[in-house]
Design a binder for this molecule. Structure first.
Ligand code: HEC
Ligand code: HEC
Length: 365
């Protein structure tokens, strides 16, 4: 569980070059974990942030290439028009937990992307305002910063573009972005904070920028796997090492789940959701209209994967064991099945080793 996790080590370095301002490094837990509890009373003043000022006070050095490299991560990309600053991250985090962004005041981003549930929601498919059921499973947000496409079908191409979509989705926060912005604007504390951070009142654009900035801090690295790769040979158990070899060999996982973030960033058809000769969800095809994209979905990261069951875009696989069985049998054959998906014929021991490897991508083990 998150509490136990060594995930993203607390590395608050107090003072740089003798300066009094503490510095928070990207990739550190205090930046993205911890619920701003004082939100529950729905007041507009959030004293937690005032008292937590020790890490919130500007200026701050956020990108620290060395620290990120030690986690097995590259620098966190951010668009030139929306550089990461600590105040913006703070505001974005606050907004991430802000239920008043939703039409009925009950749903925040964190309801479906709960830090305690691997930034997912533990449900098969998500539930938004007034119990409305979404058609897809809420994905974990870990390392979203490093992706180029967002949503299972990749319909958004930046976190800025993605982050206001849930506000207008009737099955999520169920409103218009304009109305949500107007609600924020009526709250003096938000007026003040947006002015401090952006020099302007809340707008669709700066709301998106603040949310995207917070999302860029939800990082996972420094797992046993990363420590093993960095040369710490006993960081992985024998079983996990064997699982890693299978992952890159007999089980053919790595052509798609490749690189430091275990994703090629592309879309593949595994046959999830194919039944009675049709797809429940056409996936990438809905965006491109290209025939071969029918039933194809984005390859998700596998970091922290143990935290965010159930799995797949429709949440149809309840456990990692079920995911391994699914791949072992060759996915779900359909006319668009990716050519990389084939029956694997793994033994029971090999399946167990693969599972052990997947768990080693989790900072809590
Ligand atoms: C009612 C549940 C719900 C709420 C509320 C919600 N999300 Fe999501 N989120 C989802 C689901 C479901 C998806 C996948 C949708 C799809 O692929 O079509 C998703 C996808 C995403 C993604 C894409 C991740 C990826 O790997 O592609 C990001 C980022 C994200 N949400 C951030 C947010 C933010 C920021 C908010 C608040 C403004 C928010 N979500 C509110 C359920 C929710
Ligand atoms: C052809 C590319 C491809 C290969 C090969 C592949 N995957 Fe995947 N993986 C995907 C895609 C795409 C998804 C999402 C599919 C969906 O939801 O329909 C996925 C989803 C997953 C998930 C669920 C992630 C989540 O957040 O729900 C896990 C776990 C996983 N894969 C592990 C593996 C393992 C282990 C292997 C090797 C046995 C493997 N994958 C091989 C592309 C691939």
């Amino acid at each position: 569980m998150i509490q136990r996790t060594r995930l993203i080590f607390v590395t608050i370095l107090a003072g740089l070059c003798g300066a009094l301002t503490p510095i928070v490094l990207l990739g550190t837990r205090p930046l993205s974990f911890g619920r701003p509890t004082l939100f529950s009373d729905n007041r507009s003043v959030i004293p937690a942030f005032a008292s937590a000022g020790h890490w919130l006070a500007p200026p701050a050095v956020l990108q620290a290439a060395d620290a990120l490299r030690r986690l097995g991560l590259p620098e966190v990309p951010a668009p030139a028009a929306n550089p990461l600053t600590q105040e913006k991250i703070r505001l974005g985090r606050q907004l991430f937990f802000e239920k008043r962004l939703s039409e009925d005041g009950t749903i925040s981003c964190a309801v479906c992307h709960d830090p305690q549930k691997g930034f997912a929601d533990g449900r098969t498919t998500s539930v938004g305002v007034r119990g409305s059921k979404g058609r897809r499973h809420s994905p974990s947000l870990f390392n979203a910063a490093f992706q180029s496409y967002f949503f299972w079908d990749g319909r958004a191409t930046s976190l800025e573009a993605q982050s206001t979509e849930p506000l207008r989705n009737p099955a999520e926060m169920g409103d218009t972005v304009e109305k949500a912005v107007a609600r924020l604007s009526r709250l003096p504390e938000y007026q003040r904070q947006f002015r401090d951070v952006f020099g302007a009142p809340p707008t669709t654009e700066n709301l998106a920028q603040a949310l995207a900035s917070f999302e860029r801090t939800i990082l996972s690295g420094g797992s046993p796997y990363d420590r093993y790769v960095a040369g710490e040979h006993n960081a992985l158990t024998t079983g996990a090492v064997e699982g890693m070899e299978l992952f890159n060999g007999k089980a053919h996982c790595n052509p798609c789940h490749q690189g430091f973030n275990f994703s090629d960033g592309l879309f593949h058809n595994l046959g999830v959701g194919w039944s009675s000769n049709s797809f429940q969800d056409l996936g990438r095809f809905e965006v491109t209209g290209v025939f071969k994209d029918k039933g194809a979905f984005k390859t998700p990261t596998l970091r922290e994967i143990f935290e965010s069951a159930p799995y797949m875009q429709d949440g149809s696989l309840a456990s990692l064991e079920a995911v391994i069985e699914f791949y072992d049998q060759g996915g779900n054959p359909n006319p668009h099945l990716d050519r990389l998906i084939k029956p694997l014929h793994l033994t029971r021991e090999e399946k167990a080793a693969l599972l052990e490897f997947l768990k080693s991508l989790n900072g809590s083990h």
